[in-house]
Design a protein around this ligand. Structure first.
Ligand SMILES: [Zn+2]
Ligand SMILES: [Zn+2]
Length: 233
């Protein structure tokens, strides 16, 4: 079973078995915000239990973008507010079932059964403009970016912790991943914005936290057109 892995004090990540995606937990004064609950509601429930076991109450969920490995588990947090870029909500509404079919194409056993039966829940609150959430005394700045990796990416800045949670705009487990919803020129603009505005430590959608040097790496790959079709969203 995964565990809460400290990034900095107050911010942990939890690596979901599906696509090794980083679920991120921002916590202060007994409140917690979950960013990207992952694929399977049962695994998100394990994460929630671990958060509650240490005495924190989940008060909200943020979805960074509408890819299955980040958002299909949202039903495990159906009782708290959920936030996403308006285009991510629209993409999930339009293409959620197609994504489920695609995932079933490479899933087996209990995972396939769980994917087949999970309820695809749409985030309830659109974030069309920057918006600050308060978790305990900690300010979390949600910034919608994109279209970029998808039609609607959203990042979360935590200035007091010097951390930005970047979703799949930044990856360290792999090269940037493109699919039919990707806007490469929008992604390059998003990288510029992150270079100017993101906190020094970036938590990617997949892989270890990194610094801004990874932005230049992604820029070079995207500009060269060498990033081919996604192996994995
Ligand atoms: Zn991803
Ligand atoms: Zn993605």
């Amino acid at each position: 079973m995964p565990e809460l892995l400290p990034v900095v004090p107050g911010i942990d990540r939890w690596v979901m078995p599906e696509a090794a995606m980083n679920a991120v937990v921002i916590a202060d004064a007994g409140e917690a915000l979950v960013i990207d609950p992952g694929t399977l509601p049962s695994r998100a429930a394990e994460l929630r239990a671990a958060i509650e076991a240490r005495g924190d109450r989940v008060v909200g969920v943020v979805i960074t973008h509408a890819h299955w490995d980040h958002c299909f588990a949202l039903s495990a947090f159906g009782d708290v507010p959920s936030f996403a870029h308006p285009s991510a909500i629209a993409e999930l509404r339009a293409h959620g079932e197609a994504q489920r079919e695609a995932v079933l194409g490479f899933s087996t056993g209990a995972t396939a059964d769980a994917v087949r039966h999970l309820e695809i829940v749409l985030p309830g609150t659109a974030v069309p403009e920057p918006r600050t959430l308060r978790i305990g005394a900690l300010e979390v700045e949600l910034e919608p970016l994109g279209p970029a990796h998808t039609g609607g990416d959203l990042v979360a800045h935590v200035p007091a912790a010097a951390v930005t949670i970047a979703g799949d705009l930044v990856e360290t487990a792999d090269d940037p991943q493109l699919d039919g919803s990707t806007d490469v020129s929008g992604w390059l603009r998003a990288l510029d914005r992150l270079a100017a505005h993101a906190q020094p430590l970036l938590v990617p959608g997949h892989g270890e936290p990194c610094g801004h040097e990874r932005l230049a790496h992604h820029r070079a790959l995207l500009e060269s057109g060498r990033s081919g079709a996604a192996q994995r969203p």
